[in-house]
Design a protein. Structure first.
Length: 87
């Protein structure tokens, strides 16, 4: 049997639960700090205001896919880094 080597998507309720969203949020915060970026600098890179960055970093609920994409692009986080959080 041929096994494809790509992200195994679970049902959406399982995949996008609060714990995984918090793991993604923590990855974004750690990566921003590792790069030495302030929330203001990240806001400029994402073409948004700093209040949105602060809200996303501190809000305990689910993240929108569009926000995940914006953070990933601005912080140069690969799909492999995100995929690791879902294993």
């Amino acid at each position: 049997m041929l096994k494809l080597n790509f992200m195994d998507f679970h049902n959406q309720k399982d995949l996008f639960n609060t714990h995984r969203h918090q793991a993604i949020r923590n990855l974004f915060i750690e990566k921003r700090k590792l790069l030495g970026m302030s929330t203001q600098q990240l806001a400029v890179a994402m073409k948004t205001d700093v209040s949105k960055i602060e809200h996303i970093e501190s809000y305990p609920g689910n993240l929108k896919f569009s926000d995940i994409k914006l953070f990933s692009d601005a912080l140069k986080i690969s799909i492999n880094e995100l995929e690791y959080l879902f294993k």
